[in-house]
Design a protein. Structure first.
Ligand SMILES: Cc1ncc(COP(=O)(O)O)c(C=O)c1O
Length: 336
């Protein structure tokens, strides 16, 4: 456990004692927001974005129900936050800002390097959900003034059911799980030792392989997008193509039903999702695409593709071989 703590810390530029192991990013996000509920005993404000993951959005909704004010800063058509708008959302009673760094539906990366220093100057703590970024992007907490950071092992090739919250020195913190001395009393309950060891190993590998991974994933993702653009008319990329994770592309296939494509691709052994991968099978139009100004219809026609370990050029070419026909058939079915 202590070796894993050092491995996680080394990947992130944090101190080992700042790492609190959890059962994943959902628990880490809930724990980060728990500090609000306990702060001062009186409801205050939290600022966030309109494109958060449900594991932040749901605890925020619970805070709202308890009388807190939650300010959701909108994003532009590219899915990006304006740093000025985040600063403008602060109020004298703002206890925390919580932001999703790399979006799990579009891969869009928020300009944290321009937001975090502004919040630090104002003394407002920042929690970042970096679940999609760790292992796919250089994360260096020595340079980025973030107070709390969540991650999940399975997003960087580690086991499911384990993650951590990094609690930087001086950050506001209250434990979510009470009743044990583990993790320096910051998370009660016997540690998930095999999971934690797996997270540590995944972080150690990521530290070594990061540049190569970013190049490799990026090349596969670009091959996929270029192929889609070439072979499929009326395919539109959702979100910024510059500020985006190396492994993700979200595409709207105008006039086709996303869930029909998900099922048709599944029969071909190809796993994609409409909206969030973890909510695959959900038929609600994506709140992320809605916040970017896309209509419910456009959101329903959008698919999220991501590459990772086990995907190679042959796999991408197989997707490109079957997708044009599946899109054409899904369009015909929708039109009839
Ligand atoms: C951005 C983001 N945050 C949080 C989570 C939740 O992680 P977990 O299900 O491992 O708790 C996920 C998805 O898994 C995610 O993509």
């Amino acid at each position: 456990v202590e070796r894993a703590r050092a491995e996680v810390a080394a990947l992130l530029g944090a101190e080992p004692e700042e790492v609190v192991f959890t059962a994943g990013a959902t628990e880490a996000n809930n724990t980060a927001l728990e500090a609000c509920r306990r702060a001062g005993g009186r409801p205050g404000s939290v600022a966030t974005s309109a494109v958060e993951h449900p594991s932040v959005e749901a605890p925020l909704a619970a805070l709202e129900a308890a009388g807190w004010r939650v300010v959701r800063v909108p994003v532009d058509a590219e899915g990006l936050l304006d740093p000025e708008a985040v600063v403008a959302a602060l109020a004298p009673d703002t206890v925390l800002v919580t932001l999703l760094w790399g979006n799990n539906e579009t891969g869009v990366l928020q300009p944290l390097e321009r937001i975090a220093p502004r919040l630090r100057e104002r003394g407002v703590p920042l929690h970042v959900d970096a679940t999609q970024c760790v292992g796919k992007l250089g994360v260096d907490l020595r340079r980025l003034p973030v107070d709390l950071l969540s991650l999940s092992a399975h997003k960087l090739g580690g086991p499911k059911g384990v993650g951590c919250l990094v609690v930087r020195r001086g950050a506001p913190f209250a434990p979510l799980l009470l009743g044990g001395p583990q993790e320096r009393r910051r998370r009660g309950g016997t540690e998930n030792v095999p999971g934690i060891a797996g997270l540590g190993a995944a972080c150690a590998l990521a530290l070594r392989e990061l540049p190569e991974r970013m190049r490799g994933f990026g090349a596969l993702r670009d091959r996929l997008w270029e192929g889609i653009r070439e072979k499929i008319p009326r395919a539109r990329r959702n979100g910024s193509a510059e500020r985006v994770l190396c492994n993700t592309v979200n595409v709207e296939f105008e006039g086709a039903a996303g869930e029909v494509l998900v099922q048709a691709l599944d029969l071909e052994g190809i796993a994609v999702s409409t909206g969030a991968a973890c909510a695959s099978g959900s038929t609600h139009p994506s709140h992320v695409l809605a916040a970017m100004g896309r209509s419910p219809q456009a959101a329903r026609s959008s698919l999220r593709f991501s590459v990772g370990h086990g995907v190679d050029e042959r796999g991408i070419d197989r997707v490109l071989a079957v997708l044009p026909d599946l899109v054409a058939r899904a369009r015909e079915a929708e039109a009839s």
